[in-house]
Design a binder for this molecule. Sequence first.
Ligand SMILES: NC(=O)c1ccc[n+]([C@@H]2O[C@H](COP(=O)([O-])OP(=O)(O)OC[C@H]3O[C@@H](n4cnc5c(N)ncnc54)[C@H](O)[C@@H]3O)[C@@H](O)[C@H]2O)c1
Length: 272
Amino acid sequence: MSNGILKGKRGIIFGALDEQSLAWKVAEHCHSEGATFTLTNAPVAMRFGSLQKLGEKIGCEVIPADATSMEDLDNLIDQSMTALGGKIDFILHSIGMSVNVRKKKEYTDLKHEWMMKTFDVSAISFHKLMQVAYNKDCMNDYGSILGLTYIAAQRVFPDYSEMAESKALLESFARSFGYHFGVKNKVRVNTISQSPTMTTAGSGVKGFDTFFDYSDKMSPLGNASADSCAKYCVTLFSDYTRMVTMQNLYHDGGFSNMGMNPTLLNTETNME
Ligand SMILES: NC(=O)c1ccc[n+]([C@@H]2O[C@H](COP(=O)([O-])OP(=O)(O)OC[C@H]3O[C@@H](n4cnc5c(N)ncnc54)[C@H](O)[C@@H]3O)[C@@H](O)[C@H]2O)c1
């Protein structure tokens, strides 16, 4: 079902790797809601070829860019404005990668050079992207910039490791840059804190299945799917949320406000 709520909007979507990716679903929903946008990912991710197929399917130009490179970001924004024929209304940052998690290092024995790389890819890239966009003055008034995050920024999920700090940093960049972008041209900057979702980045976390199941049972509405996350992103790119900025918005079926859910207990609860 489409209501055309993004008709006439131009955007840039980072991070669609394959059909499971949150950004992939966002791209499909933005397309069906009438937006035009470019798709981007790290040059190394292009080798798999899926993004090109998505681009062809929905008629979007695909522009490779390493989100940690200011030069790549600069080119990406220039090329996107040329391809789309004007300034940008929305940007999705859907990027995450932990070197220590990939290399299976325990949290108490992390390699700090790798941690710096993790922060650069997963969080500082958000600041870099916003800095390039801000200085190029490429955003239309009332534009919307979104990053995707996880509740491990606020609570401890031991196996999420250094990604917890990455997300805390990402959310802080959204608030701080949200101020500057708001004052400059009323651009909104927010993060969506999404439920665990079966994607390449998600399932890289140790014990992800158990994690996913726990969260699903704890949340009164169950885990939010990638599809519903994409729909939420669409609302935040639309004109219906023009006054929402500098927020970390939970999209998690209620998980973030739960203390205990009886469904998780093995024995039946007796409150008498
Ligand atoms: N899957 C989950 O459980 C979950 C939950 C909450 C938040 N998130 C967040 O959602 C976002 C998207 O992740 P996903 O779950 O769709 O997984 P994904 O693996 O499909 O997406 C991660 C993307 O980051 C890209 N990337 C990595 N390094 C890059 C670089 N240097 N430059 C540009 N792009 C780069 C990858 O190529 C990939 O497309 C991430 O920020 C992730 O932390 C995921």
